[in-house]
Write a protein that binds this ligand. Structure first.
Ligand SMILES: Cc1cc2nc3c(=O)[nH]c(=O)nc-3n(C[C@H](O)[C@H](O)[C@H](O)COP(=O)(O)OP(=O)(O)OC[C@H]3O[C@@H](n4cnc5c(N)ncnc54)[C@H](O)[C@@H]3O)c2cc1C
Length: 305
């Protein structure tokens, strides 16, 4: 979200932007997948409009019915959360399945070298992976930051989340609006993707475990972990689990919010939800703030030329 929001704003200012994403599909943690004929949102489940800059970005999706009011201030996306990222990438130069392995400062700016061996050059480099991944990339690239920059960026920490997607043969009971947010126990969220409009088949549950459970089970086998999650989710369905899929989010949600909307080291800029707030809107707000900063920087460079 952060990268696509920034890229859209820069494109609107007539910049040529290349978005490199290691994912086979766009969206990062706004993730939707199909398995056993069911369709599931398995990362973010909804968005809210509490971030002003994001509300402006989201308005056309709501007007077009791509996102619809759900419960209280939440919006759901019947096409799946990923469909928002797919809409945002239209008209942008997005390269999927391009994992950036190294970056290098050049005379004119930056070069990103992908696993594929392809090299991409640009005047500025905006990094929007979870910050620990951006720092690993810089370390692998032997790009040095000064102590103050490292100290700020190393403060970025995230909660883990284990997610189980379950196809149920039988009835599901995930609450009147199609979701439940248990206040206690090993689960933090159970949603019915049929009720959300994401799956055309009933019996498709997304189950997110709590931070504590996810930490405790992180190293355990997939079958032991899924069994424990499904046992805890027993109250939300009758019948049998016909198939399941387990996903481990190492960087699910920021555990802290850094005190700046983005961080810039000259033409190297960092953005993402750990800066803007632990949600889709926060990620977008950070990306938009980073884009505005890059535009200002370019304006200053031009006026000094
Ligand atoms: C289980 C879960 C539930 C959530 N529920 C909600 C919710 O209901 N509502 C809400 O608002 N938020 C929710 N969130 C949080 C929300 O999803 C995030 O805050 C937001 O999507 C983060 O966006 P981002 O752009 O900062 O990061 P990401 O979405 O993580 O994007 C980072 C991108 O960087 C790419 N990348 C990483 N390393 C490389 C590399 N070396 N080369 C190329 N590409 C790379 C990744 O593929 C990814 O696309 C949830 C998150 C999770 C995991």
């Amino acid at each position: 979200m952060s990268g696509l929001a920034a890229a859209g704003a820069l494109r609107n200012a007539s910049w040529h932007v290349t978005v490199l994403d290691k994912g086979r599909v766009p969206g990062g943690r706004m993730a939707t997948r199909t398995f056993d004929d069911g369709r599931f949102d398995y990362g973010a489940q909804f968005f809210t409009l509490r971030d002003e800059a994001f509300a402006t970005l989201a308005r056309p999706w709501i007007e077009a019915g791509q996102a619809v009011p759900w419960n209280e201030k939440r919006y759901r996306v019947p096409g799946g959360m990923r469909s928002i990222a797919e809409a945002m990438q239209e008209g942008l130069d997005v390269r999927l399945s391009e994992r950036v392995a190294r970056v290098r400062q050049t005379a004119g700016g930056w070069e990103a070298i992908a696993d594929s061996g392809e090299k991409f050059r640009a005047a500025s480099l905006l990094l929007t992976p979870p910050v620990p991944q951006s720092l690993q990339l810089l370390a692998a690239s032997q790009v040095e930051l000064n102590e103050g920059d490292w100290a700020l960026l190393e403060g970025a920490s995230y909660w883990k989340c284990i997610t189980v997607l379950a196809r149920i043969d039988g009835q599901t009971h995930a609450g009147a609006d199609g979701f439940a947010a248990p206040e206690r126990g090993p689960l933090q969220w159970v949603a019915d993707n049929f009720a959300k409009g994401v799956s055309r088949l009933p019996g498709c549950l997304t189950i997110h475990a709590t931070r504590e459970f996810s930490e405790e089970y992180w190293e355990r086998s997939a079958s032991e972990t899924a069994e424990a999650v499904l046992a805890a989710a027993g109250a939300y369905f009758d019948g049998r689990v016909r198939s399941y899929y387990l996903h481990r989010w190492r960087y699910a949600e920021p555990a802290v919010q850094l005190p700046v909307p983005f961080h810039s080291v000259g033409t190297l800029v960092f953005a993402g939800d750990v800066f803007g707030g632990p949600r889709i809107g926060g990620a977008a707000a950070s990306g938009l703030a980073a884009a505005a900063h890059l535009l200002r920087l370019r304006g200053e460079q031009k006026s000094s030329e």
